[in-house]
Design a protein around this ligand. Sequence first.
Ligand code: ATP
Ligand code: MG
Length: 569
Amino acid sequence: MRMSKMLMPTLREVSGDVEIESHRLMLKAGLIRKMASGVYNYLPLGLKALRQIEQIIRDEMNDAGAQEILTSALIPSELWEESGRYQAYGPELMRLKDRNNHEFCLGPTHEEVFTAIARQEIKSYKQLPMNLYQIQTKYRDEIRPRYGMMRSREFLMKDAYSFDKDQAGLDHSFQVMKETYQRIFERCGLKAIGVEADSGSIGGSNSMEFMVPSVVGEDDIVHCPNCHYTANIEKAVSYLETEAMTNPLELQEVATPNVHTIEEVAAFFNTDFKKTVKTLIYTADQQTIAVMIRGDREVNDTKVKNYLNLTEDIVLADEITVQACTHAKIGFAGPIGLEADHLLVDAEVPGIENMITGANKDDCHYQNVNYHRDFEGVVGDFRLVQANDHCPHCQAPLEISRGTEVGHIFKLGTKYSEAMNAQFLDENGKSQPLVMGCYGIGVSRVLASVIEQHHDDKGIIWPKSVAPYQVTILIMNMKDEQQIKTAESLYAQLKKAHAEVLLDDRNERAGVKFNDADLLGIPLRITVGKSIAEHQVEIKARHEQDTHYIDIDDVLHYCLNDENDMSAA
Ligand code: ATP
Ligand code: MG
């Protein structure tokens, strides 16, 4: 492609709410342009890189025996009502009506659609296992679209759904996808790690996320440096330290005017946070939920939601609700005399001897509260793991780092096939629900993540596998006929050899061309300048500092040899 003819609107500066480097570089290098909040258009270079990623995904999915289809983004609401998700998905679901007032949604994910296809087309165990996938645009009205392609409202996803006759089949399909995902991310030049992930109310070790370590990631990953236990914080557990009760003291009510926060409570009682217990009151699904947690800890909302099998996310209750539960103003909730639909007690709490809690009375706390003797609730793991908690497997101190989720694989089991009646006839002629798995990759998020992992202060440094072009030829002096002739000849030869090549034949100064070459990040740069007098051109790899010269007659061979293979993937 000739750059003089290409739509490649590079920018000197990027303005607006651009917080991360990949987003800035995608705008600056002219890969994408914003249409609306969380909605983007791809320009030629951006689309070409995106297509490279798609192709890697296609290759690997096809190799794994999956079949590509393409389903509609526009989905009749009835299908989502069958699964029960039309209401449950909430405001993230983009809903619309046609001219006859018929309701539709724009698919944020396609379990319902693929289950409907399977229910119609899969009749017998002889057709199983089957894995169907698509690469298709998804819509989610994200509460906070940000970071460009990382969290957008319209994005490209590869989603796959496997259908098996039994759990063993699903386990196998899941394992195949896990290995396929590892290869896909590796081929894209991405360091991604598989982590145990929350699988909602289905529970179990059914779900794995692929995370790209990144300081701008939106997920917290818990990691054990000793045994390599790795989990998303939503799912992570830590070792429960227990101490034997030795000296339970008598329960005492203490006046604590103006003592509200847990810091104030600990200071007032001149004690460690670890002796204080917070009672937090939430609402969800029209229920009141009290959760007791050690003073220095945070509640893990996901664990609470899963435990109670809630449809809605839990939110802290408003003042009126708190007063109805505690008969006191905010800040004095405790377990004794509390009126809530649920009292969940984090497993650490019963082991705290002589704890301090709110007294459900204005300006009062209790001290020397002891579990069993003074109150009881539903004990479970409701806490968020913190750094230096101990590993559940080997008890080494845990570490927490940030990551971006690029893929998610999930054992669905019969959740959708049962709800939507997708059955097949087994070997004995008996109807059975299909056993399903689902597997997603955020294709556009992968593109952004590749740039996030591969750039410097001058621009993008594409891995060859994803680069929109492999070679760029720069003409230093557009007034020099000989330079133009040499560059044109190299361009023609490389194109003929099916190399993906860009020719910078713009009427621009050499400095502009060098800067743009660095910004665009094409893996190999060939500079045609004064050295043609010695029958040589300058060669530079984008990821290296050094340049060197080679004979003009060796360029084709250089570009196409194994190591530097610049032909189309
Ligand atoms: P997140 O926790 O980041 O919102 P999710 O759990 O909602 O992700 P899935 O429903 O598992 O994501 O979707 C599959 C993949 O699609 C994710 O692994 C991610 O790579 C990508 N993805 C999800 N939401 C977005 C988005 N808003 N913009 C771009 N990619 C997304
Ligand atoms: Mg999401």
